[in-house]
Design a protein around this ligand. Structure first.
Ligand code: SF4
Ligand code: SF4
Length: 260
Protein backbone atom coordinates (compact mmCIF):
# COMPACT_ATOMS: atom_id res chain seq x y z
CA UNK A 1 0.00 0.00 0.00
CA UNK A 2 1.17 3.53 -0.75
CA UNK A 3 2.85 5.18 2.23
CA UNK A 4 0.76 8.30 2.96
CA UNK A 5 2.34 10.38 5.71
CA UNK A 6 0.51 12.84 7.95
CA UNK A 7 2.20 15.74 6.16
CA UNK A 8 1.34 14.27 2.71
CA UNK A 9 -2.27 14.12 3.84
CA UNK A 10 -2.12 17.67 5.18
CA UNK A 11 -0.53 18.90 1.91
CA UNK A 12 -3.25 17.16 -0.11
CA UNK A 13 -6.05 18.57 2.06
CA UNK A 14 -4.61 22.09 1.81
CA UNK A 15 -4.41 21.88 -2.00
CA UNK A 16 -8.23 21.73 -2.12
CA UNK A 17 -10.51 24.80 -2.37
CA UNK A 18 -10.83 26.43 1.05
CA UNK A 19 -14.16 27.10 2.75
CA UNK A 20 -14.46 29.60 5.60
CA UNK A 21 -15.65 28.58 9.08
CA UNK A 22 -18.84 30.67 8.74
CA UNK A 23 -19.49 29.79 5.07
CA UNK A 24 -22.44 27.50 4.38
CA UNK A 25 -22.38 24.66 1.88
CA UNK A 26 -25.14 22.43 0.63
CA UNK A 27 -24.64 18.66 1.05
CA UNK A 28 -26.51 15.55 2.09
CA UNK A 29 -25.71 11.88 1.65
CA UNK A 30 -28.48 9.29 2.03
CA UNK A 31 -29.63 6.00 0.46
CA UNK A 32 -31.66 7.84 -2.22
CA UNK A 33 -28.66 9.51 -3.90
CA UNK A 34 -27.88 7.76 -7.24
CA UNK A 35 -24.24 7.31 -6.23
CA UNK A 36 -25.05 5.68 -2.85
CA UNK A 37 -22.16 3.50 -1.62
CA UNK A 38 -20.01 4.21 -4.70
CA UNK A 39 -17.43 6.11 -2.67
CA UNK A 40 -16.90 3.29 -0.12
CA UNK A 41 -14.28 1.46 -2.21
CA UNK A 42 -10.65 1.68 -3.36
CA UNK A 43 -9.80 4.05 -0.52
CA UNK A 44 -6.60 4.86 1.31
CA UNK A 45 -8.51 5.45 4.51
CA UNK A 46 -6.37 6.45 7.51
CA UNK A 47 -7.34 5.07 10.93
CA UNK A 48 -6.38 7.16 13.93
CA UNK A 49 -6.06 5.56 17.39
CA UNK A 50 -9.51 6.96 18.29
CA UNK A 51 -11.01 5.49 15.07
CA UNK A 52 -9.59 2.10 16.02
CA UNK A 53 -10.97 2.10 19.55
CA UNK A 54 -14.46 3.04 18.30
CA UNK A 55 -14.40 0.32 15.62
CA UNK A 56 -13.11 -2.28 18.10
CA UNK A 57 -16.02 -1.51 20.45
CA UNK A 58 -18.50 -1.66 17.55
CA UNK A 59 -17.20 -5.01 16.31
CA UNK A 60 -16.55 -6.43 19.81
CA UNK A 61 -12.94 -7.22 18.86
CA UNK A 62 -9.76 -6.48 20.72
CA UNK A 63 -7.23 -4.27 18.90
CA UNK A 64 -5.02 -7.21 17.86
CA UNK A 65 -7.97 -9.02 16.27
CA UNK A 66 -9.18 -5.82 14.60
CA UNK A 67 -5.78 -4.83 13.21
CA UNK A 68 -4.98 -8.34 11.96
CA UNK A 69 -8.33 -8.56 10.17
CA UNK A 70 -8.97 -5.03 8.92
CA UNK A 71 -5.88 -2.84 8.91
CA UNK A 72 -2.57 -2.35 7.12
CA UNK A 73 0.28 -0.92 9.16
CA UNK A 74 3.24 1.16 8.07
CA UNK A 75 5.65 3.48 9.83
CA UNK A 76 5.59 7.22 9.17
CA UNK A 77 9.11 7.98 8.00
CA UNK A 78 9.24 11.52 9.36
CA UNK A 79 8.04 10.70 12.89
CA UNK A 80 8.45 6.94 13.34
CA UNK A 81 4.81 6.73 14.46
CA UNK A 82 2.85 3.65 13.42
CA UNK A 83 0.13 4.54 10.92
CA UNK A 84 -2.85 2.41 10.05
CA UNK A 85 -5.15 2.33 7.06
CA UNK A 86 -8.36 0.36 6.61
CA UNK A 87 -7.71 -2.66 4.38
CA UNK A 88 -10.07 -2.77 1.40
CA UNK A 89 -11.44 -6.20 0.44
CA UNK A 90 -9.25 -7.97 -2.11
CA UNK A 91 -11.97 -8.48 -4.72
CA UNK A 92 -13.00 -6.63 -7.91
CA UNK A 93 -13.71 -2.98 -7.09
CA UNK A 94 -11.93 -3.28 -3.71
CA UNK A 95 -14.94 -2.43 -1.55
CA UNK A 96 -14.58 -1.31 2.05
CA UNK A 97 -15.07 -4.33 4.33
CA UNK A 98 -17.95 -2.51 6.06
CA UNK A 99 -20.04 -1.44 3.07
CA UNK A 100 -23.34 -3.25 2.45
CA UNK A 101 -26.28 -2.70 0.07
CA UNK A 102 -28.05 -0.75 2.83
CA UNK A 103 -25.04 1.39 3.68
CA UNK A 104 -22.23 1.43 6.21
CA UNK A 105 -22.40 -1.45 8.71
CA UNK A 106 -20.34 0.45 11.30
CA UNK A 107 -22.12 3.78 10.76
CA UNK A 108 -22.35 4.79 14.46
CA UNK A 109 -18.61 4.20 14.83
CA UNK A 110 -17.35 4.95 11.31
CA UNK A 111 -13.88 6.50 11.04
CA UNK A 112 -13.18 10.24 11.16
CA UNK A 113 -12.35 10.49 7.44
CA UNK A 114 -15.77 9.03 6.49
CA UNK A 115 -17.54 11.42 8.85
CA UNK A 116 -15.72 14.53 7.61
CA UNK A 117 -16.32 13.91 3.88
CA UNK A 118 -16.78 16.11 1.78
CA UNK A 119 -14.74 18.37 4.04
CA UNK A 120 -11.06 18.21 4.88
CA UNK A 121 -9.78 19.86 8.05
CA UNK A 122 -6.25 21.24 8.19
CA UNK A 123 -4.82 21.98 11.64
CA UNK A 124 -1.70 23.57 13.01
CA UNK A 125 -0.57 24.64 16.46
CA UNK A 126 -1.15 28.37 17.08
CA UNK A 127 -0.11 30.51 20.06
CA UNK A 128 -3.38 29.79 21.88
CA UNK A 129 -4.04 26.24 20.65
CA UNK A 130 -5.09 24.50 17.46
CA UNK A 131 -5.83 26.69 14.42
CA UNK A 132 -8.15 24.99 11.95
CA UNK A 133 -8.94 25.58 8.27
CA UNK A 134 -11.53 23.81 6.14
CA UNK A 135 -11.30 22.53 2.59
CA UNK A 136 -13.89 21.11 0.22
CA UNK A 137 -13.58 17.86 -1.73
CA UNK A 138 -15.88 18.11 -4.73
CA UNK A 139 -15.70 14.90 -6.74
CA UNK A 140 -17.57 14.62 -10.01
CA UNK A 141 -19.28 11.33 -9.18
CA UNK A 142 -20.66 12.65 -5.88
CA UNK A 143 -24.32 13.78 -6.04
CA UNK A 144 -24.40 14.87 -2.41
CA UNK A 145 -24.07 18.50 -3.54
CA UNK A 146 -27.18 18.37 -5.76
CA UNK A 147 -29.50 19.19 -2.86
CA UNK A 148 -29.48 19.09 0.92
CA UNK A 149 -29.23 21.18 4.05
CA UNK A 150 -26.99 24.21 4.21
CA UNK A 151 -24.41 24.05 6.99
CA UNK A 152 -21.15 25.62 8.05
CA UNK A 153 -18.15 23.29 8.50
CA UNK A 154 -18.64 23.26 12.28
CA UNK A 155 -22.34 22.45 11.93
CA UNK A 156 -21.43 19.61 9.56
CA UNK A 157 -18.87 18.19 12.01
CA UNK A 158 -21.39 18.46 14.84
CA UNK A 159 -24.04 16.64 12.78
CA UNK A 160 -21.57 13.91 11.87
CA UNK A 161 -20.53 13.28 15.48
CA UNK A 162 -16.97 14.37 14.79
CA UNK A 163 -16.33 16.43 17.90
CA UNK A 164 -14.85 13.65 20.13
CA UNK A 165 -12.91 12.33 17.11
CA UNK A 166 -11.39 15.75 16.39
CA UNK A 167 -10.47 16.27 20.05
CA UNK A 168 -8.58 12.99 20.27
CA UNK A 169 -7.09 13.24 16.77
CA UNK A 170 -5.84 16.77 17.50
CA UNK A 171 -3.95 15.51 20.57
CA UNK A 172 -2.45 12.70 18.48
CA UNK A 173 -1.44 15.13 15.69
CA UNK A 174 0.08 17.48 18.28
CA UNK A 175 2.31 14.71 19.64
CA UNK A 176 3.38 13.68 16.13
CA UNK A 177 4.13 17.32 15.21
CA UNK A 178 6.26 17.70 18.34
CA UNK A 179 8.29 14.64 17.37
CA UNK A 180 8.54 15.76 13.73
CA UNK A 181 9.91 19.14 14.89
CA UNK A 182 12.85 17.36 16.56
CA UNK A 183 13.75 15.78 13.16
CA UNK A 184 14.48 12.57 15.08
CA UNK A 185 11.94 9.86 14.27
CA UNK A 186 11.06 7.45 17.09
CA UNK A 187 13.46 4.51 17.43
CA UNK A 188 12.24 0.89 17.39
CA UNK A 189 11.65 0.76 21.15
CA UNK A 190 9.50 3.92 21.11
CA UNK A 191 7.68 2.76 17.97
CA UNK A 192 6.69 -0.46 19.75
CA UNK A 193 5.64 1.44 22.85
CA UNK A 194 3.54 3.83 20.74
CA UNK A 195 1.85 0.93 19.00
CA UNK A 196 1.01 -0.75 22.30
CA UNK A 197 -0.12 2.33 24.25
CA UNK A 198 -2.04 4.16 21.51
CA UNK A 199 -3.79 1.23 19.85
CA UNK A 200 -4.08 -1.55 22.47
CA UNK A 201 -5.88 -0.32 25.62
CA UNK A 202 -6.01 -3.87 27.04
CA UNK A 203 -2.22 -4.24 26.77
CA UNK A 204 -1.55 -0.70 28.02
CA UNK A 205 -3.72 -1.37 31.09
CA UNK A 206 -1.71 -4.54 31.80
CA UNK A 207 1.48 -2.47 31.46
CA UNK A 208 0.11 0.21 33.82
CA UNK A 209 -0.59 -2.53 36.40
CA UNK A 210 2.76 -4.28 35.96
CA UNK A 211 4.86 -1.10 36.06
CA UNK A 212 2.68 0.50 38.78
CA UNK A 213 2.57 3.60 36.57
CA UNK A 214 -0.06 5.36 38.69
CA UNK A 215 2.37 5.41 41.62
CA UNK A 216 4.99 7.08 39.41
CA UNK A 217 3.04 9.95 37.80
CA UNK A 218 0.51 12.56 38.86
CA UNK A 219 -1.72 14.95 36.98
CA UNK A 220 -4.53 17.33 37.85
CA UNK A 221 -7.09 15.51 35.70
CA UNK A 222 -5.80 11.95 36.06
CA UNK A 223 -8.80 9.64 36.52
CA UNK A 224 -7.13 6.27 37.20
CA UNK A 225 -10.42 4.36 37.70
CA UNK A 226 -11.79 5.53 34.35
CA UNK A 227 -8.53 4.78 32.52
CA UNK A 228 -8.67 1.16 33.77
CA UNK A 229 -12.39 0.75 33.00
CA UNK A 230 -13.31 -1.74 30.26
CA UNK A 231 -15.78 0.52 28.39
CA UNK A 232 -15.80 2.99 25.50
CA UNK A 233 -15.34 5.89 27.94
CA UNK A 234 -12.53 3.93 29.61
CA UNK A 235 -10.83 3.30 26.27
CA UNK A 236 -11.03 7.02 25.38
CA UNK A 237 -9.56 7.96 28.79
CA UNK A 238 -6.88 5.28 28.34
CA UNK A 239 -5.92 6.74 24.94
CA UNK A 240 -5.82 10.24 26.43
CA UNK A 241 -3.47 8.99 29.12
CA UNK A 242 -1.40 7.07 26.55
CA UNK A 243 -0.79 10.34 24.68
CA UNK A 244 0.33 11.99 27.94
CA UNK A 245 2.49 8.97 28.83
CA UNK A 246 4.20 8.88 25.43
CA UNK A 247 4.88 12.63 25.63
CA UNK A 248 6.49 12.08 29.05
CA UNK A 249 8.54 9.12 27.83
CA UNK A 250 9.71 10.80 24.61
CA UNK A 251 10.41 14.30 25.94
CA UNK A 252 10.97 13.70 29.68
CA UNK A 253 8.11 16.07 30.45
CA UNK A 254 4.47 16.45 29.46
CA UNK A 255 1.82 19.16 29.57
CA UNK A 256 -0.69 17.18 31.66
CA UNK A 257 1.29 14.77 33.84
CA UNK A 258 4.60 14.72 35.69
CA UNK A 259 6.81 12.12 37.35
CA UNK A 260 6.52 11.82 41.14
S1 SF4 B 1 -16.34 2.65 7.03
FE1 SF4 B 1 -18.43 2.90 6.31
S2 SF4 B 1 -18.54 5.00 5.54
FE2 SF4 B 1 -16.37 4.47 5.71
S3 SF4 B 1 -15.77 3.70 3.71
FE3 SF4 B 1 -16.40 1.93 4.92
S4 SF4 B 1 -18.56 1.63 4.50
FE4 SF4 B 1 -18.01 3.69 3.79
S1 SF4 C 1 -20.44 9.79 -3.58
FE1 SF4 C 1 -21.12 11.48 -2.21
S2 SF4 C 1 -23.38 11.41 -2.15
FE2 SF4 C 1 -22.64 9.51 -3.13
S3 SF4 C 1 -22.62 8.07 -1.43
FE3 SF4 C 1 -20.57 8.96 -1.53
S4 SF4 C 1 -20.62 10.75 -0.16
FE4 SF4 C 1 -22.73 10.12 -0.53
Amino acid sequence: MEDITASDKQDFVESLPEIQADEKFCFDCHPQVPCFNQCCAELTLPLTPYDVLRLCRHLDLNATEFINTYADQTINEATGFPQLTLRMNKEPGEPCPFVSPVGCMVYENRPSACRAYPLGRGTKMGVSGIVERFFMVHEEHCHGFDEGHKRTPNEWFQDQGLIPYNESNDRYMRLMSMVQATEKPLDHRLQSMCRLTLYHPDQFRAMIDKMKIFTRVRGKNLNCDLIMQDSLEGDAACLDFALDWMELVIFGQAANIERI
